[in-house]
Design a protein around this ligand. Sequence first.
Ligand SMILES: NC(=O)c1ccc[n+]([C@@H]2O[C@H](COP(=O)([O-])OP(=O)(O)OC[C@H]3O[C@@H](n4cnc5c(N)ncnc54)[C@H](O)[C@@H]3O)[C@@H](O)[C@H]2O)c1
Length: 330
Amino acid sequence: MGQILVTGGAGYIGAHTVKRLASAGYETVVLDNLSTGHRDFARWGGFIQGDVTDAAALDMVFGTRQIDAVVHFAAASQVGESVTDPLFYYQNNVQGAVTLLAAMRRHQVDTLVFSSTCAVYGPPFDGLLTEDHPIGPISPYAHTKRMIEQILEDCSRAYGLRALCLRYFNAAGADPEGEVGERHLPETHLIPLVLQTALGQRECLQIMGDDYATPDGTAIRDYIHVQDLAEAHVLALAHLRSGGASGALNLGNGQGHSVRQVVEAARAVTGLDIPVRLAPRRAGDSPRLVGDATRARAILGWRTQFADIREIISTAWAWHRLEPHGPRPF
Ligand SMILES: NC(=O)c1ccc[n+]([C@@H]2O[C@H](COP(=O)([O-])OP(=O)(O)OC[C@H]3O[C@@H](n4cnc5c(N)ncnc54)[C@H](O)[C@@H]3O)[C@@H](O)[C@H]2O)c1
């Protein structure tokens, strides 16, 4: 068996997945430009600092190693930033994916697992979103992900590429063994922001909008543990390598929690006060995104270990309390 190339493997979800792949017996090599990733997160296999938009760097990786399959996490993924700088998102994400696919084709690598997102779905947002729900990305970030899904579909048809698009809902939590966790600089994800506020590293948590059409007015998301996501990637690779079909699969818990409910759960887990302040809605955000992962369970045999929001927050709390790379002073 050759190696698995993991682009973006020095990032949050990538690092957890590389650790899980290593424990499942895979040999991995991470390609990451460290734009938002961390060198100390890439420690369970090989590491190459490089960019997926760089065809020569990709030729070097594919030409000098026997790569059997690619797991493609590398992307810029801040919704707000994508609204203010869309060209960077189209260049980094879409051009990066096209450059990677062309290199895979040159080097006869035909298996890919792709990090997509629930943000590809459009309204209506009530109920559980299945993979057949209407597509309707709002932000440029989500548009890049949907475009890449389309490119993968076209390449599957034309070149026999075998690709699974995993549409994550909101990744959360940390490695239960505490070896890796969430470190986005700047941080835009709710649970780390809440916990950094609990730790006094932030003055207060800004609630971005309380006028959504939800029971308490704050946005509702489906939080899925990063370890459960990592497991799904191992299963997705096994599925593709054993001849399973290409397509798109939701990865979520099927339970929605509002911002206020997450803050309450974090207060319960930490036993600390978490001051909040209301702020305007963030551009590009949907009111509610909760997923139906029946298809992933049926096709991959995926079972989640962490369904309870408090349990998810507890693993994140264990990480953030010891994390030396908290936010810069406010
Ligand atoms: N975190 C979530 O809740 C979530 C939800 C849905 C989808 N996703 C997707 O999952 C993937 C991983 O997300 P994450 O939260 O771990 O983000 P992250 O920022 O921690 O990881 C992304 C990694 O990709 C690297 N990278 C970015 N552009 C690159 C390039 N051009 N070449 C090489 N490396 C590059 C970064 O340095 C980083 O290590 C992303 O594609 C993201 O869009 C994340």
